[in-house]
Design a protein around this ligand. Structure first.
Ligand code: SAM
Length: 286
């Protein structure tokens, strides 16, 4: 996305650009971020909500564009975020409600949205050490599942999520929404199956894979002795044999009732809170 000064349907007031037209080129560029291809080409994505934008800036994410509703103008926190965006070389837009609804595809949009640069952590930067847990997801398809898993990984104190194979995009609007801001807090890495195998070998971590045919009860594994990678299978087909075989343990969450399996995000949550049970204390909350 360019920071060129497109003037169609816009007016510049100080360093803030007022935009009311849906055909403004910047608005079109922002709307295009609903396509994966455009997100990849621009290396950016959209996050909604003032709190999220503030958190992202606190965590050092690079903001390219801040857009806020006319009604939010003059609010101290919005002004602060706008000043920070300008100081970092970003663009600030004051937009009509109609424009905001259009870029967020919502009838009652948040008052503030930010366009940020995507950030991927190289797999080699994930160095498992004592007390560290990662989640590795094999070909996760559902944006809601991925967002929920990123949020849960954050809440459980995991140190990263590794996307193995062809996965849904963590920077899609739907996934970012489901993360409730945790997309800014949890390192995300991606790998082919081969790259994951190679990393797994040199990482020194134990890989605990979850499988409906797992012979080991997930509660009997010692999660304290080594850093742990929780390996989760695809929603439809589960873990492929090669990934299942490469794991140190193949575990199952015992079930009753008629359900064949747990939802992927639910199974990941169960695993995360078991693997980190010894590290999670009530005093840590808040
Ligand atoms: N039809 C798929 C299969 O046969 O594996 C179901 C996949 S399930 C919806 C998605 C993933 O969640 C599984 O690959 C596994 O990682 C995890 N999962 C769900 N329920 C589980 C259970 N009871 N025990 C272990 N893992 C489970």
């Amino acid at each position: 996305m360019s920071n060129d000064h497109h003037n169609e349907g816009s007016r510049r007031v100080g360093q803030v650009k007022e935009v009311t037209s849906l055909s403004n080129p910047i608005v079109k560029d922002i709307k295009a971020l609903s396509n994966k291809k455009d997100r990849e080409q621009s290396g950016t994505f959209m996050a909604e909500g003032l709190k999220l934008v503030i958190d992202a800036l606190e965590l050092g994410w690079t903001i390219r564009i801040l857009a806020y509703a006319k009604a939010a103008k003059g609010k101290p926190l919005v002004e602060q975020v706008a000043a920070r965006t300008i100081a970092k070389g970003g663009l600030v837009l004051e937009v009509s409600e109609k424009v905001l609804s259009s870029i967020t595809r919502r009838d009652n949009p948040q008052m503030v949205v930010g366009i940020f640069e995507q950030r991927w952590t190289p797999l080699d930067d994930l160095r498992p050490s004592q007390g560290v847990t990662y989640v590795a997801l094999d070909r996760v398809r559902d944006p809601g599942n991925l967002g929920t898993i990123i949020r849960t990984a954050d809440a459980a104190g995991a140190s990263g999520v590794i996307l193995v194979g062809e996965c849904t995009d963590p920077f899609s609007l739907e996934t970012v929404r489901a993360t409730m801001g945790s997309v800014f807090a949890v390192p995300l890495a991606r790998a082919t199956t081969e790259e994951f195998f190679a990393w797994q070998k040199r990482s020194g971590a134990q890989v605990v894979a979850t499988h409906l045919a797992g012979a080991v009860d997930y509660r009997t594994v010692n999660y304290e002795k080594k850093p742990t990678v929780l390996l989760m299978g695809n929603e439809q087909s589960g873990l492929p044999e090669a990934l299942a075989k490469s794991a140190d343990r193949l575990v199952r969450i015992p079930q009753q009732g008629r359900a064949d399996s747990l939802n992927l995000a639910v199974a990941t949550a169960v695993m995360l809170f078991e693997a980190r049970r010894h590290l999670l204390k009530l005093e840590d909350a808040g």
